[in-house]
Write a protein that binds this ligand. Structure first.
Ligand SMILES: [Zn+2]
Length: 364
């Protein structure tokens, strides 16, 4: 892998002068994430740094029109970057994301709005609990138009006194971007039980989603489902029946591991109207958001779509003399329930899930 970085760096060195071209210097070299998926149509790129890239990536990936956000390191002077180097603070790189977006669906100004709306641009070299220049707030423009949009937006924020303290965001020409290591990509989605993700990343994403519901994929009937399915990056958890028995209550074990069904109107969540997230009771993978829960009248918790399609797998289940689509947790293969095609808009699906397979986490 190392030699590839050297080649990339050499390529960047040749084209690193700011050219006013909207293509970034290394866009001809697809990243590992880009390679795994096919993009439809022409996508534009944009670069933002606003603290830990796990959080920033998750924020942008929830925005309508964003096809992909890639975590990486931007704007360093060194010809190489990796997590160890950057987090040592010895390089000048910032943790950043490369946003690939469809300009027919979302414009640059909106992405700038997302940027300022999802972090605190007034804390110098710090974002939340993360301190150091690698966590600075920075926006890297690729041409005069982007620069003008960013500066005008900052002027607007100042005029409206949106922030009490002065904005310290660096608005700088784009120079270089290195993809972060594969394990950093989709980190928030793939590591929902990581304590940092739980206490910092997910709340940050939730705050953004609450403040800008109209910008989200879900507001446009786009769950980003196809994209998620292709990535399939969920790491499996495999345990023996004995191990599961130790971890789960008898009822949970019966549903999750023995494909059982709880009696309708008896579970803990069929009538739960609180806001929050439903996770897999066995492995804690986030499965459903309360926003997609609806009253189905069946006596089981019902949702019209999962948080990420990649978090749910479906199998055809021919038991009980019926052919139904069984849904299981993509991480631990625990049985959750079934999916039917008589649900409400926008998906028309009804995920009929056993309460015993879920663990509800109330929104803070
Ligand atoms: Zn699970």
């Amino acid at each position: 892998m190392r030699y590839l970085w050297v080649l990339l760096a050499a390529g960047i060195a040749l084209t690193s002068c700011f050219s006013g071209n909207s293509q970034d210097a290394n866009s001809s070299s697809p990243t590992s994430k880009e390679k795994t998926k096919k993009f439809s149509g022409d996508l534009s790129t944009a670069y933002f740094a606003s603290g830990c890239f796990w959080c920033v990536e998750a924020v942008y990936e929830s925005v309508y029109g964003v096809e992909e956000a890639i975590s990486g390191y931007a704007s360093g002077t060194e010809a190489n970057a990796d997590y160890k180097l950057v987090s040592s603070g010895s390089t000048k790189h910032a943790e950043a994301v490369k946003v690939l977006y469809d300009p027919g669906k979302v414009d640059y100004k909106t992405l700038v709005k997302v940027f300022f709306g999802s972090h605190d641009p007034t804390t110098l070299n710090q974002q939340g609990p993360d301190k150091g220049p690698q966590y600075r707030s920075a926006l890297y423009y690729q041409n005069d138009e982007e620069k003008a949009i960013a500066e005008a937006y900052v002027a607007e924020l100042k005029k409206n006194k949106t922030f009490k303290n002065p904005i310290v965001t660096e608005i700088e020409p784009f120079t270089t971007f290195f993809d972060a290591e594969d394990y950093h990509q989709d980190y928030e989605a793939n590591n929902p039980s990581n304590p940092y993700v739980q206490s910092v990343s997910i709340p940050r994403l939730r705050r953004f989603q609450k403040a800008f519901p109209e910008l989200l994929k879900t507001a446009h009937g786009d769950s980003g489902a196809d994209k998620d399915k292709k990535e399939g990056e969920i790491e499996k958890i495999v345990k023996t029946n004995k191990e599961w028995q130790k971890l789960l209550t008898a009822k949970q074990y019966y549903v999750l591991r023995e494909q059982g069904t709880e009696r309708s109107f008896t579970g803990e969540y069929w009538d739960n109207k609180e806001e929050g997230m439903y996770k897999c009771a066995a492995c804690q993978l986030p499965l459903f958001d309360s926003k997609t829960k609806f009253k189905s009248g069946t006596g089981w918790p019902s949702f019209y779509e999962p948080i990420k399609t990649a978090h749910i797998a479906d199998h055809t289940d021919a038991s009980h003399g019926m052919v139904r689509d069984e849904v299981v947790c993509a991480r631990c293969d625990g049985h959750l329930g079934h999916v039917f095609d008589d649900g409400p808009k926008p998906t028309g699906l009804r995920y009929c899930i056993n309460s015993a397979a879920l663990k509800f986490e109330k929104e803070q």
